[in-house]
Design a protein around this ligand. Structure first.
Ligand code: GLA
Length: 728
């Protein structure tokens, strides 16, 4: 996978090649990144920018004279692994250091390298897990020319998936503290500027709307500065070419194994290159790196494909399932979940919850989740966060849990560990536990809450102790972990003034510390991430939890966009989705959409009529029969995007290609009606019976002709499921 000849490194598998060359200045040049290329030939033909007769001038102070570089290396034009800063290169360096003399010239040059037969792992941060498939890491050590700061650049490659993982580890081998002003995880310079950038913008209850723009000359940025990966943008982005489709053409996907502020930045220059840097957002970032300490940047993930958007997406899904999500949790069959939130919000009693449990059984529920409102003084969202003890006046939790388990159901509960209401015992006892804005007369509230200072070990430990008291006292199988506001003010009482630029990152490290402790202590509990819906849908969270609630919008028409777009970067098995009481469409439609996610319910089950119970039970039995094999572990193909057609359609095919589930959701009644729905991913020569018209066709036929939808009328906003099974 990694070959080296004359300081030319070639990382490759059967499909991709990544060539890096260490030039005579000690700078790492990115010679080539793309489709597999066995013989790169004379690299000078690629690396020299043919301008100004190939010369680069410089002034040598010691000789008081002008020279040209002997090997014609052109700063600011050649593709490199780490651009310099404060020198010639103006495209944007991934790392910037502040020096003792006040300058911030940063220039990393080659020292040595090693090859590891594994992937780097970290104590404080989530990382890509090694599994049984072969992988290698090229670990290059570089030194800053004007200081004792060293950098390890790690680049990992897999044999069985077209994924590259990159990050930097910044090491202080000097004897003074060095401020790091920027600590991105990677740079990638592409020798082309004809790309489109796809990113996923949104807001609360309408996360991840796909936005596509041409990468234009100058700077473009996709970022979050809200203290979490955010509703506003997602760390998953990808690049396509003009002629790329779902099944053909070049696509480069990116993601970051991180849950906090990020910045994905492109810069196109006049020499037709695209310069990409990606990592922690440097806004409000200033890390004081002490002697002998290491700053580890989160790992960035690159998924490369020549097989269109689905090629990239399938690659990402495989990576997330095999190398991010804990494999034991990923492979556990998930129970059908019933969540109390949309059914009763804060308004419940022991008896009403018991009646919910009983009625949820009628629609196949296997796990009952009591959402917000069971703790502290919590009858609405104005108080109680921070007080993780049962509100005995409101609910007899023991009775509820016992009732639940006596019915053969598992029990789950909601926490929002990183937040605090000013109206709480914890705040009254510890007003210094919050993140604030020093010296200001006010601090912002969202949903009446403040953010706990998770950069402090004491605060994290306090919440940990409160949580384990509850978890140890009741039979709990599931925890929904919420995070209901962004982080605006970020002054910490627990750190010196010099270290206030570390708080955003330290808060995320605190989040990881707590979830790591809890998931290690309770390996059998199913954790689900949530942040006002899908405000923290990222690989950092998925490293600890196998699934994340996708959005607070459960109206299937809105949610269809959210789930479809989320599934471009994340496997369906990670996308928390429930059928709810939302009035616009039938329960069948809502449940079928939820089936293309983790599947569950969220409504008042006392109000379900016979027809609704039967519709939901029917989908529940499809879930039990097919979901684990065909959806959770299948291969997903995107057939029709709701953003640019009149329908949403996806097809998930089991690994052995013997079964497929196809969802088709109608947006408009007649206009531009789809006649034939062409499927993908089936075995060409296998024959399949489809549940739509009971016909048997070959995989080839389904791909080239498709299912004739005009044979049945599908009302507006309704949804259909086609089950395909192989026949002899
Ligand atoms: C957030 C979540 C919801 C629910 C409420 C409870 O909005 O996204 O699912 O848990 O909090 O307050």
């Amino acid at each position: 996978m990694i070959k080296i000849k004359d300081k030319l490194f070639h990382l490759h598998n059967n499909n991709i090649s990544y060539y890096i060359y260490c030039n005579s200045h000690g700078h790492l040049e990115t010679i080539y990144f793309g489709e597999y290329l066995e013989d790169i030939g004379n690299i000078d033909a690629i690396r020299k920018a043919d301008i100004d007769n190939d010369t680069t001038q410089y002034f040598d102070f010691s000789k008081n004279k002008e020279f040209t570089y002997p090997d014609h290396y052109r700063y600011s034009i050649e593709s490199v692994e780490i651009s310099t800063h404060g020198l010639r290169d103006k495209r944007g360096a991934p790392i910037i250091l502040k020096k003792e003399d006040g300058t911030n010239v940063t220039d990393f040059r080659f020292v040595s390298y090693e090859i590891l037969e594994s992937l780097p792992t970290y104590e404080e941060l989530p990382y890509a897990r090694k599994n049984s498939s072969p992988c290698q890491t090229l670990r290059i050590l570089l030194k800053d020319y004007l200081s004792d700061i060293y950098v390890y650049e790690n680049i990992s490659i897999f044999e069985d998936k077209d994924i590259i993982i990159k990050n930097f580890e910044i090491v202080n081998k000097g004897n003074i503290i060095v401020p790091i002003l920027r600590a991105n995880s990677m740079q990638l310079d592409l020798k082309d500027n004809q790309y489109k950038l796809h990113h996923f913008a949104g807001k609360w209850a309408s996360e991840r709307f796909e936005v596509v723009t041409d990468i234009k000359d100058g700077i473009q940025e996709v970022s979050s500065n809200t203290g979490r990966s955010s509703h506003e943008e997602n760390p998953f982005v990808f690049l396509t070419k003009k002629d790329t489709s779902y099944d053909k053409g070049e696509v480069i996907g990116f993601n970051l194994i991180y849950s906090g502020n990020f910045s994905f930045r492109t810069f196109n220059n006049s020499f037709c290159n695209t310069h990409i840097t990606y990592g922690i957002n440097d806004e409000d970032f200033n890390w004081m790196l002490k002697p002998n300490e290491v700053f580890v940047t989160p790992q960035a993930v690159i998924s490369y494909s020549q097989d269109g958007i689905d090629g990239m997406s399938i690659n990402m899904h495989k990576f997330v399932k095999e190398n991010i999500v804990n494999p034991l949790l990923d492979q556990k069959e998930k129970p059908i979940l019933f969540n109390s939130w949309e059914g009763c919000y804060f308004d419940f009693t022991t008896e009403s919850i018991i009646s919910y449990i009983d009625d949820s059984l009628k629609i196949g529920s296997e796990l009952f989740v009591l959402d917000d409102g069971w703790f502290g003084k919590r009858d609405n969202d104005e108080s109680g966060l921070g007080d993780w003890f049962v509100n005995e006046n409101k609910i007899n939790l023991k009775k509820v849990v016992d009732h639940c388990t006596s019915k053969g159901m598992n029990f789950g509960i909601w926490f929002e560990p990183e937040m605090i209401n000013p109206d709480s015992n914890l705040y009254r006892e510890h007003p210094e536990y919050i993140l604030t804005c020093k010296g200001m007369d006010q601090v912002s509230l969202y949903r009446h809450q403040l953010v706990l200072d998770f950069s402090s070990e004491e605060v994290v430990e306090n919440i940990y102790q409160q949580m384990i008291k509850i978890i140890d006292s009741y039979d709990i199988s599931y925890i929904k972990w919420d995070h209901n506001r962004m982080i605006n003010e970020h002054f910490s009482f627990h750190h010196n003034k010099e270290n206030q630029g570390e708080i955003y990152h330290r808060v995320i490290l605190g989040y990881y510390t707590l979830i790591k402790k809890l998931t290690q202590r309770y390996p059998d509990i199913l954790f689900e991430g949530c942040a006002s819906g899908g405000g923290r849908f990222d690989l950092g969270t998925l490293f600890y939890y196998p699934q994340i609630w996708a959005s607070d919008d459960t109206d299937p028409i809105q949610r269809m966009y959210i789930q479809y777009n989320t599934s471009l970067g994340y496997p369906l098995s990670t996308i928390g989705s429930h059928a709810s009481a939302n009035p616009i469409t039938s329960y069948k439609t809502k449940a079928l959409l939820a089936l293309f996610g983790t599947y569950g319910y969220e409504m008042n089950p006392n109000k379900l009529n016979e027809k609704e119970i039967s519709e939901l039970s029917e989908v529940a039995s499809i879930y039990k029969k097919y979901h684990h094999e065909v959806i959770a572990n299948g291969t997903l193909y995107h057939l029709s995007s709701p953003q640019d057609s009149n329908a949403m359609s996806m097809c998930s095919v089991s690994k052995d290609k013997s079964k497929a589930l196809v969802i088709y959701m109608n947006l408009l009644k007649e206009y531009k009606k789809t006649r034939f729905l062409k499927l993908r991913g089936l075995e060409k020569n296998k024959k399949y019976r489809n549940s739509f018209d009971n016909n048997i066709f070959t995989g080839d036929y389904y791909e080239k002709v498709g299912i004739n939808l005009s044979r049945q009328y599908l009302p507006e906003f309704e949804c259909q499921l086609f089950i395909l099974e192989e026949v002899e």
